[in-house]
Design a protein around this ligand. Structure first.
Ligand code: NAD
Length: 351
């Protein structure tokens, strides 16, 4: 298994492998870049087929965190960690304490947070052996309500702000009377639906589970469609809030929306899709820019801040996107290319 020659290796500063025989912990931490500050990123526990698959994931995800933090003007770098194993079968408190020791060995250059397979309880176990843990205490919420540590409210508010700025740029209007198709009514999608409803948007929604669909139908007057119908519905905006790689060769020809703006990570199945969206006249809000509310939230929880400062920072997602849309149009590039360009300018020059 190569590392420096790996296709996803991108000048990462440090990649470290850890094996703790006593607890069965097998983990990798990758620090991509710390020009702007200590690297922060979630810990994902997943039953990877082998260590090559885990390495691939951690290299890709840690790089993504550098870009997300830089574009969001956070004094943070990009890092990520993965634990090899099934969280429902293999995870123990002792294993997470061992993970804390591994994080501690980075002496603050990597700060661990939640990702799939890892809970707040797990992070609290890790925190017994390291101070470099995020997301276990919540002090501020964007709307001044009691903070509970869940980043989804901040993420959905950021997506809402970003979606509005994309609509303003592409269609020169506000949301009143527009139709938004939401794929996935989970923690972020349902909250986004409520924001949009309050602004007078019509909703078309889908999910693979019925519970939140019933809520959206009753409370928000949403039209419910089957999961495979969501791409082709007559909507002004498509908001992917479920899975990655939803913008691909199959779904692109189906889209009628003129704007794509949603929370899901890694929405483009491959890079060229970004260009193809632009060629079709669809304005794409790059995923890591519009869905940065969660990491912005974590950042504010770590410092002396306020609900007002958190809200103002989330609202800058809209300004960031407008800058990206404008540059993309001027330079005839895709919005995802421009987002990468701006992030690189920021973390390379430490601005
Ligand atoms: P979630 O698991 O709560 O919600 C996802 C929803 O999508 C679920 O209700 C699920 O049933 C539904 N779904 C899954 N497959 C589907 C399909 N094929 N068709 C329709 N619906 C489907 O997750 P979440 O926290 O709401 O996050 C949503 C997306 O946003 C994810 O891609 C996540 O990585 C990303 N994201 C979330 C946050 C956050 O703060 N929660 C931050 C950044 C990015």
């Amino acid at each position: 298994m190569s590392v420096f020659e790996h296709a996803e290796f991108d000048n990462h500063e440090q990649i470290s492998f850890y094996n703790d025989e006593e607890t069965g912990l097998k983990a990798i931490i990758a620090v991509h870049n710390t020009n702007l500050g200590p690297s922060l990123g979630g810990c994902r526990m997943w039953p990877y087929a082998d260590s090559a698959e885990a390495l691939n994931d951690v290299l890709r995800l840690s790089r993504g965190m550098t870009y997300k933090s830089a574009i969001s003007e956070l004094k943070l770098g990009g890092g990520k960690s993965v634990i090899i194993g099934d969280p429902r079968k293999h995870k123990t408190d002792d294993m997470m304490r061992a993970m804390g020791r591994f994080v501690e060995s980075f002496a603050g250059r990597y700060i661990i947070a939640e990702d799939s397979g890892i809970s707040v309880h797990d992070l609290k176990c890790a925190a017994q052996n390291t101070a470099h843990v995020s997301g276990i205490e919540a002090k501020y919420s964007w709307d001044g309500s009691e903070a509970d540590g869940n980043p989804a409210p901040s993420t959905s508010y950021g997506v809402f702000v970003g979606l509005k700025s994309a609509v303003r740029y592409a269609l020169n209007t506000d949301l009143k009377g527009l139709t938004v198709a939401i794929q996935g009514l989970g923690h972020v999608g349902l909250r986004l639906a409520r924001h949009l409803h309050r602004e007078g948007a019509n909703l078309i929604v889908t999910d693979i589970y019925p519970d939140n669909l019933h809520i959206a139908e009753k409370e928000l007057g949403a039209q419910v469609v089957k999961p495979d119908e969501i791409f082709s519905v007559q909507a002004d905006v498509f908001a992917p809030c479920a899975l990655g790689a939803v913008l691909n060769n199959d779904t692109l020809p189906q889209l009628k929306a003129k704007v794509v703006a949603g929370a899901a990570n890694n929405q483009l199945a491959h890079r060229e899709i970004g260009l193809q969206l632009a060629e079709k006249g669809i304005l794409y809000a790059p995923d890591y820019v519009i869905n940065a509310g969660g990491v912005i939230d974590i950042y504010h929880q770590r410092m002396l801040s306020s609900s007002e400062a958190l809200k103002a920072h989330l609202e800058r997602i809209g300004d960031n996107l407008t800058e990206i849309f404008t540059r993309a149009e001027q330079q005839q590039l895709s919005t995802s290319q421009v987002a990468d360009q701006i992030a690189e300018e920021r973390f390379s020059n430490n601005v």
